[in-house]
Design a protein around this ligand. Structure first.
Ligand SMILES: [Zn+2]
Length: 133
């Protein structure tokens, strides 16, 4: 699967966003090593802190299905569903990704007409991991 295809799936996942408070629709597509793709969308909540991001939604779906090994993640989002700037994974999501993925794990951020290619190590250097336990 190309990064463009994975980003297109992330864009489709935006349609399932539940974001009545921010109007920011975010979608994520998580490619497992076996080729399966798990989609996630942000799910907001009236009390805010229970809100879950699209990236963690995708990981929750994948891990709940038994997946543990992942090949890439694509993320995109925009106010009212219009993609403009870069919706990078937040700090909490970066930590969740690091539970399952190494520093060289590819993360693609789809913006308006551009795919920003990063690694988890770019986004979360010197992460806390289970390797120190
Ligand atoms: Zn997040």
């Amino acid at each position: 699967m190309t990064k463009e295809e994975l980003c297109n799936l992330a864009k489709q996942a935006m349609q399932n966003s539940y974001s009545p408070y921010s109007s920011c629709r975010v979608g994520a597509a998580l490619l497992a090593e076996n080729g399966k793709v798990y989609l996630g969308a942000n799910i907001e909540n009236a009390s805010f802190s229970p809100t879950i991001c699209a990236e963690r939604s995708a990981f929750a779906a994948a891990v709940s299905a038994g997946e543990r090994k992942f090949a890439a993640l694509a993320v995109t989002g925009g106010k009212d569903g219009e993609i403009n700037g870069a919706f990078y994974p937040c700090g909490v999501c970066r930590q969740v990704i690091s539970e399952f993925c190494a520093d060289d794990f590819p993360i693609y951020v789809l913006t308006k007409g551009e795919i920003i290619s990063l690694t988890l190590g770019d986004l979360l250097p010197h992460s806390f991991s289970n390797e120190v336990m």
